[in-house]
Structures are given as C-alpha cells and as structure tokens.
Write a protein that binds this ligand. Structure first.
Ligand code: TMP
Ligand code: MG
Length: 212
C-alpha cells in the first residue's frame, strides 16, 4: 500500500505572535508521538535567492518593490519539489510563514493590490491548515521592541494585519484563528489539536493547489 501523505501546515501572524516558537514545539510534539514531521520557514534565507532577500530585509541592499515580491515567491517555488517529495513520503511539514505573508506584506505597501500580490503564488502546494496567530498590537508591544529589519514597525504591521484579515475571508483556505495571547502551552495545545485533525483529513486527500 502506498504510504499516506503528510499534511502541509502553515503558521501565519504578525511579528511577535510566537510563530517560530510554536512551529518548533509542534514539530517536537508530532515527532514524539511517532509521526514524521519537519519544520520549514519562508523566506528560506539559505538559498541563493534567499540570500538576496535576507540582505534586503537587513537593509544591506535595496530592491525594487515588485522585484523583491517576486523573489519571495520564487523562494517558495524553488522549494516546491522538495516539499512535494517530503509530503508524498508521509512527512508533515510545519511551515513558518508562506504565500499569505507574501501577499499581506507587499500589499501593505502603497500602490499594490492584494490580487496582484497573490498571482505569483497561485498553484503552490495548498496548505491543509493555516493557523493565524492573533495578537493585538498592545499585547505585541508588551513582548518587546521590534528589531532592526525592514517592515518591523507598528504602522506597517497594522496595515499587514488588515491585509491578513482580507485573506482570511477566503473560505477555500482552511483558516483557523488562534488566540496568541494565551500561555505558550495553551497555544501549543490548541495548535496541536488543529494539526492532528488536519493530518488525519489530509492523508486521504490529494494535495491541493493554492488560490486556484
Ligand atoms: P521572518 O522574520 O519570519 O524571517 O520574516 C522576514 C520578513 O519578511 C517578515 O517581515 C515578513 C516578510 N515577508 C515578506 O515580505 N514576504 C514573504 O513572502 C515572506 C515569507 C515574508
Ligand atoms: Mg522577523
């Protein structure tokens, strides 16, 4: 019998919501329960394209806005063959940011509409579950200052949040909003429950295509 496929699980949210911490904990819990699981993150700064993006985010280089948007998308597409292979082998992928960050961040810039920003990512492997870690700006502020990277400021993040809210209206994507103001362990329990459910459903379904 062919092995059952893994699930594609994505965590999204504004900065300071705890995405990275929760991705790591989820992978650990899944592995401890005997399930194959691996973490990925976008941008993946290790590839040649990822290094261009990283220099841009660190403000070591400037890139034209459309250009960097397409690089973020290309950085996902270049990893699609690997993602598909792992999913087919039965490994669940837990992904820290995906095409939703791509569309939300660029469309928060003046002169960009959400629809244009979504186009380059149409047809990517469709996540079986996207969890949005919801945290209000006041709560996020309590978690410390933003860093030095591009986009790490309050006004911009507020617009990004609004773009995410637009994206969450799309019922073709399995969105789950998670209250990220709870304790790390409580958030983890929520995320684990949604993920186990998604893994069960996904194993009997073909992988979909995003926004298609
Ligand atoms: P990180 O802090 O999770 O490494 O993400 C780096 C920044 O890149 C973050 O501010 C969100 C932004 N971003 C985009 O603008 N477009 C994208 O496609 C992705 C994945 C992230
Ligand atoms: Mg960051």
């Amino acid at each position: 019998m062919a092995c059952k496929r893994g699930a594609l699980i994505v965590l999204e949210g504004v900065d300071k919501a705890g995405k990275t911490t929760q991705c790591k904990k989820l992978v650990q819990t899944l592995q401890q329960s005997g399930r194959a699981a691996e973490m990925m993150r976008f941008p993946d700064r290790t590839t040649t394209i990822g290094q261009l993006i990283s220099a841009y985010l660190e403000k070591k280089s400037d890139l034209e806005d459309h250009t960097v948007h397409l690089l973020f998308s290309a950085n996902r597409w270049e990893l699609v063959p690997l993602m598909k292979k792992k999913l087919e082998q039965g490994t669940t992928l837990v992904v820290d940011r995906y095409a939703f960050s791509g569309a939300a961040f660029t469309s928060a810039k003046p002169g960009f509409c959400l629809d244009w920003c979504m186009q380059p990512d149409v047809g990517l492997p469709k996540p079986d579950l996207v969890m949005f870690l919801q945290l209000n700006p006041a709560e996020a502020a309590l978690r410390g200052q933003f860093g030095e990277e591009r986009y790490e400021n309050r006004t911009f993040q507020r617009t990004v949040q609004q773009r995410f809210e637009e994206l969450m209206k799309d019922s073709s994507v399995n969105w789950q909003v998670i209250d990220a103001s709870q304790s790390v362990e409580e958030v983890h329990r929520n995320i684990t429950n949604h993920s186990l459910n998604a893994i069960n459903v996904a194993q009997n379904q073909p992988l979909g295509e995003l926004w298609k």
